[in-house]
Design a protein around this ligand. Structure first.
Ligand SMILES: *Cc1c(COP(=O)(O)O)cnc(C)c1O
Length: 367
């Protein structure tokens, strides 16, 4: 079976270093935050040209910490897209705010910036562009609307490590950028972990306090905080992977290009890339008209596929109280019926891409 992501192959390459670094943490007994988390924070910020980074417990807490530090709270509205992982909406609700969805662009499936203005109300406090699949939201028009209406921007960069837009790294263009290092993400820990980039030092300091019980010192608390800290074991594993992440990102781009060369446009439509961007290809997503048939055929040929995501957030039972109905976001709804994720990871080989594309072309039709 060709899996969607092959973490086994990746681990085989870095096993010796990972085990040595984990042993170092065990010997040091600096298990939570501390030296190793600090080192990782500085390295990850430097690699992205971000002024600072804070390590935290996961990508969901990263979003809610960023929103809270920017002052988003009860009665505020936060605009995002319906075709994302539910964590984006959960983080908004976690700080007491209300998710407001806007539809996506039919070619890229990213937030349609032309729909932003009509979604803005007197209560809109933030926009969360999600760089879905590792592709980029068209940030310049989004940042322009945000600045015109004095609205904060938090980039959900959980799928877009080291993706760039007009030469700027994803996660560094808004007031804050948030990362997930869930094991299957482009930069993955061996458990849950995340990070927040803040443009302003004051917001960085607030995130640091919030995620560690609002601490000023050990038993002096400035804010009512949370326990959303990063573990040192996650930090050292991420440090080992930082030595490879640029090369892995290039490998993902090369694999995506190989897929694009081989996928027949009569059979499947690959997601368009946003102009002036270099996606990180967390996922290789195509649209097909006969998805069930394609999945069954691929599975019979030993090829795993995925659907990201089968049910848009505005139709999720958990979010029914937001009051949306089918038909509210026609592009996202149509996409949910047609999207198919093909195997994508740095370790995927060219002959595998050729085989997968060949099987796809033999069964799929684009319309
Ligand atoms: C994975 C993901 C998250 C949440 O990250 P966790 O580390 O799993 O909490 C948030 N947003 C998007 C778009 C994601 O893909």
């Amino acid at each position: 079976m060709i899996p969607l992501v092959n973490l086994e192959k990746q681990y085989a390459r870095i096993r010796t270093q990972v085990l040595a670094r984990i042993e170092e943490v065990l010997e040091s007994r600096a298990f939570i935050q501390g030296r190793y988390v600090g080192e990782f924070e500085r390295e990850w910020a430097a690699m992205n040209g971000a002024p600072h980074a804070v390590g935290c417990s996961n990508g969901t807490s990263a979003i809610s910490l960023a929103l809270a530090a920017l002052g988003v709270g009860p009665d505020d509205e936060v605009i995002t897209v319906p075709n994302t992982f539910i964590a984006t909406a959960e983080a908004i609700i976690e700080v007491g705010a209300r998710p407001v969805f806007v539809d996506v662009d039919p070619a890229t499936h990213q937030l349609n910036t032309g729909l932003l203005e009509q979604a803005i109300t007197a209560n809109t406090r933030a926009i969360i562009p999600v760089h879905l699949y590792g592709n980029l939201v068209d940030m310049d028009p989004l940042l322009q609307v945000a600045s015109q209406f004095s609205i904060s921007v938090v980039e959900d960069t959980a799928q877009a490590h080291l993706a760039t837009y007009k030469g700027r790294f994803a996660g560094t263009m808004g007031d804050a950028g948030t990362f997930s290092f869930y094991p299957g993400k482009n930069l993955g820990a061996i458990g849950d972990a995340g990070a927040v980039f803040c443009r302003q030092a004051a917001h960085d300091q607030t995130v640091r306090k919030l995620l560690d019980h609002g601490r000023l010192s050990k038993y002096e608390h400035d804010l009512v905080g949370l326990n959303n800290r990063m573990d040192a074991i996650q930090a050292v594993v991420l440090q080992v992977k930082l030595a490879h992440i640029e090369e892995w990102t290039q490998a993902r781009r090369a694999t995506a290009a190989a897929y694009r060369d081989r996928i027949d446009s009569q059979c499947a439509t690959a997601m368009a890339e946003t102009p002036d961007s270099q996606p990180a290809y967390h996922l290789m997503v195509v649209e097909v008209a006969n998805r069930d048939e394609v999945i069954a055929h691929m599975s019979a040929e030993g090829i795993a596929t995925g659907i990201h995501y089968p049910l848009p957030l505005h139709l999720q039972p958990a979010l029914a109280s937001l009051g949306y109905t089918r038909g509210d976001f026609p592009v996202a709804e149509a996409a949910a019926e047609r999207v198919l994720s093909l195997p994508m990871c740095p370790e995927l080989e060219l002959h595998e891409v050729e085989m997968i594309a060949g099987e796809l072309n033999s069964v799929a039709h684009a319309s």
